[in-house]
Design a protein around this ligand. Structure first.
Ligand code: IPD
Ligand code: CA
Ligand code: CA
Length: 262
């Protein structure tokens, strides 16, 4: 795809994302909650309406493009071929329900498996993070700098502590400067992207939790791998880390040396 066509898609998607500013307050005011696999696995009308609206947007503007998204069946698509969008309509649904804060929309565009455009929209803070292949990463149109080198002993580490075995957890707490977790994979990743956190890992993310992070990592010189240090298949996801290059190996060494994770 030439740069002009990519630019047109990028502008349209950014415009679509900003239409959420009108949509979300009304949906949140009349929030309807349901559970999926268990009482902590939540979905709301906000998630479903945003995803349906983006699906309609794609049908109208890019009818050949496929959508791999959390709140739909993805059986009929072949995400590694052609034009694929991956979407988490609300990442951090539990935060939305319990706090009405710290949630985001994750969206990423792949052509033949290569990430081309990425978005993480922190709607509550009105910050739209965006990356375009070969052009860098931006927040609200302002270019993001490459984060400085962060050694683990100087950095904040983020992960779901309940999924890490006791001995390993202790070693991670001792090695890092400190620990924080926002509870939305996209926003925890954004802190790494901005150089605020040294690393964020998730032991069981789905494709939509990490779809946008590939391009941000590539454009900003961050490491994004499985927890064994291998390349991640964006259609399958699984254990993942996004990390400053100053501590990637050290986090993985600790994670894989004793009890490890669940
Ligand atoms: C979840 C959040 C959470 C992470 C989970 C995800 P959801 O996404 O990103 O931080 O720990 O693995 O499933 O369900 O709110 O879209
Ligand atoms: Ca998610
Ligand atoms: Ca979600």
């Amino acid at each position: 795809m030439d740069d002009k066509s990519l630019q047109v898609i990028d502008e349209r998607v950014q415009t679509w994302l900003r239409t959420l500013d009108e949509m979300i307050p009304n949906l949140v005011k009349d929030m309807q909650l349901s559970t999926k696999q268990n009482r902590y696995d939540l979905v709301t009308n906000v998630d479903r309406t945003i995803q349906n609206d983006f699906e309609s947007f794609l049908h109208e503007h890019c009818p050949q493009h496929q959508l791999l998204a959390e709140e739909k069946s993805n059986e009929d698509i072949n995400p590694k071929r052609g034009h694929t969008w991956v979407m988490d309509p609300i990442d951090g649904t539990m935060n939305l329900v319990k706090q009405q804060e710290d949630y985001c929309i994750i969206l990423a565009y792949f052509i033949d498996g290569q990430p081309m455009l990425s978005y993480i929209y922190d709607y509550p803070r009105q910050q739209l993070y965006h990356a375009k292949r070969g052009s860098g990463a931006y927040v609200n149109g302002k270019k993001l700098p490459t984060p400085p080198h962060i050694p683990l002993q100087e950095g904040i580490l983020s992960f779901g502590a309940q999924f890490v075995n006791a001995e390993t957890l202790n070693d991670l707490f001792e090695a890092a400067f400190s620990y924080r977790s926002i509870g939305a994979c996209g926003l925890d990743s954004i802190r790494v992207i901005k150089g605020q956190f040294a690393a964020h890992f998730n032991t069981n993310p789905k494709p939509w939790d990490i779809a946008a992070q590939f391009l941000f990592a590539e454009e900003l010189g961050l490491r994004m791998t499985t927890l064994d240090g291998e390349e991640i298949d964006f259609t399958k996801a699984g254990p993942f880390i996004i990390s400053n290059s100053g501590c990637h190996q050290e986090v993985l060494d600790i994670l894989n040396s004793k009890g490890g994770y669940i």
